[in-house]
Design a protein around this ligand. Structure first.
Ligand SMILES: C[C@@H](O)[C@H](N)C(=O)O
Ligand SMILES: C[C@@H](O)[C@H](N)C(=O)O
Lengths: 165, 165
């Protein structure tokens, strides 16, 4: 039988940055990412949910080594656009399930969230695509999260499963 | 030269649902998606940003034909877990850029946000993976958004580019 999930990955060297209260009008996300692009900082996940009272929060993750350059760029941009504040968290890890058969992921997302809930791991952020579902968790929960996801999806716990990409 | 972006897609038949004020503890996202999985509703993007004061918002999109079944499932779950409320929007479309060369997408995300800003298209939600950056926009901005993204990334405007997957 073909499982919709072919693997799970863990990215530990990651820091989360959030710009809170970004005016929800065209041009503000551009401002934030211009500064980052100019410094050639590599970004992993970008997440924005719907705004509220004309403001939205934009989060993204960067390698921990790029955190201070990122904060410098982002604080400048946040001020220019009138965002409320910038927060960050270095104690995070991203756990993902990957699979080509995950189109319309409902069953897979449900199982992944069940795995994490059963392991008492809190999900801090969620982002998805047809081939990947990613959850940001606390770094000290990373190993537990990966192990649980491996178990729930019957993935072998071999070193190759733990590559981050 | 190989462009990191190989195509752009537009998905118009999409409705956005948000569960606001979800208690940010293990198990709540599971509750929301269990009801949806039980009804075999297909989900496209799932987005959750970091919580605030112990609560987070979880949004996701479904085909418009599944909206009422989704709202039924989600309102039940929202009540069970003590979330604040459920909102939805049928007037949305998802525009995405796709590419295998987008790893550490900073340049691509920046260009996509510039394209949308220049076209005065407001970005309502953002989700990313290594091969895809998606933005939820108002449905009446969909064509403009797609055209602008095609222009900025030098993609041909052929019918095959507008397939949604
Ligand atoms: C919040 C931010 O995404 C804004 N809506 C923009 O379009 O840039
Ligand atoms: C908000 C929701 O994602 C919660 N943190 C959970 O783990 O289920």
């Amino acid at each position: 039988e073909t499982s919709p999930v072919s693997g799970a990955t863990l990215t530990r060297d990651e820091a989360r940055v959030t710009v809170h209260g970004v005016p929800d009008v065209p041009g503000t996300s551009l401002e934030i990412f211009s500064g980052i692009a100019a410094r050639k900082i590599s970004i992993d996940m970008i997440v924005q949910n719907v705004g509220r009272h004309g403001r939205a929060d934009i989060s993204f993750s960067v390698p921990t080594s790029e955190l201070s350059a990122t904060l410098e760029a982002v604080r400048e941009a946040a001020e220019r656009i009138g965002a409320e504040r910038v927060t960050y968290d270095q104690d995070v890890a991203k756990v993902s399930v990957v699979g080509l058969g995950m189109a319309k992921q409902t069953g897979v997302a449900h199982q992944m969230f069940r795995a994490l809930a059963d392991a008492d791991v809190n999900i801090q952020m969620i982002t998805t695509s047809e081939i990947k579902i990613s959850a940001l968790v606390a770094r000290d929960a990373a190993q537990t999260a990966l192990r649980t996801v491996h178990r729930v999806f019957n993935l072998e716990s071999t070193p190759s499963d733990a590559k981050s990409w």
